[in-house]
Design a protein around this ligand. Structure first.
Ligand code: SF4
Length: 258
């Protein structure tokens, strides 16, 4: 079953790990819009005609909805611990991402200065200095790097434009450690081809790029919900722990969600 966010500002969701968490979906509320089309994406496949014009929330709408929600939360005495940009696709593709981030920082300052701001991004827009500047201002700049091998990355993430694993790592490096690399480990097959980003060859290449990119932390996880490619399987948490140890040996802390 496909999982789509049907609102621009969603939550709050309360969890032990994150506390009170508010989400911002800068993508359409009725479909996915992303320049990747990952085999495991919880939002399902990109609809056919992904290049067609999509209805995005405007900068003013996002600011207004966020402010209304923060006012409600203030009145209820429960302000957010974290505000996360995630949702139905890639948030940095929004043409006003930079300005929206400035608005969000201002609202955070006004209502909940203690709250962290997180962005979950696939790192494909980091060739744009404005996007890099905006991501430098957030507390958790979480960037996807699912493989150190371009061939696997192209198969698993299915980008709509050419990218390489090395190219993404180089772009991540410009944050000089003010970023988190997030990697999803998975095994399965699609259209008759196997995929497994946990093999020794894969891990060697991935760890090499993690070292080069130099994040302050690595987050690793595996699939949790239905995936658009049917034959996708979880990697057991014990194996994620072994992978984590290899990264920790570089002096980089790892967070696992199993
Ligand atoms: S980058 Fe994220 S939103 Fe885009 S296809 Fe992959 S999992 Fe889905």
């Amino acid at each position: 079953m496909t999982f789509l966010f049907d609102q621009t500002v969603f939550g709050p969701v309360i969890s032990r790990r994150l506390g009170v968490s508010l989400g911002i979906n800068l993508l359409p509320n009725n479909r996915k819009w992303c320049n990747f089309d990952c085999l495991y994406c919880e939002c399902g496949w990109n609809p056919l005609g992904n290049q067609m014009k999509v209805q995005l929330p405007t900068r003013a709408e996002v600011a207004e909805k966020l402010e209304v929600k923060l006012q409600e939360m203030q009145q209820a005495g429960q302000l957010p611990d974290v505000i996360t940009f995630a949702g139905n696709g890639e948030p940095t593709m929004h043409p006003d991402f930079v300005a929206i981030m400035d608005d969000t920082l201002a609202l955070r300052g006004r209502y909940c200065p203690q709250a962290r701001i997180s962005v979950l991004s696939n790192a494909t827009m980091l060739h744009k200095p404005g996007i890099v500047g905006a991501l430098r201002k957030v507390d958790q700049n979480i960037l996807k790097l699912d493989s150190g091998l371009t061939d696997t990355l192209l198969f698993l993430n299915r980008p709509t434009h050419p990218v390489t694993a090395e190219g993404i790592a180089t772009l991540i490096k410009q944050f000089e450690g003010r970023c988190i690399i997030q990697t999803l480990f998975v095994r399965g097959s699609f259209q008759g081809r196997k995929v497994d980003n946990t093999t020794q060859e894969e891990l060697q290449a991935w760890i090499r790029l993690v070292r080069e990119a130099g994040p302050s932390m690595v987050m690793i996880y595996t699939i949790d919900r239905d995936t658009p490619a049917r034959d996708m399987h979880k990697v057991p948490v014990e194996e994620l722990q072994l992978i984590a140890r290899e990264v920790e040996a570089l002096g980089i802390p790892v967070q696992i969600s199993g």
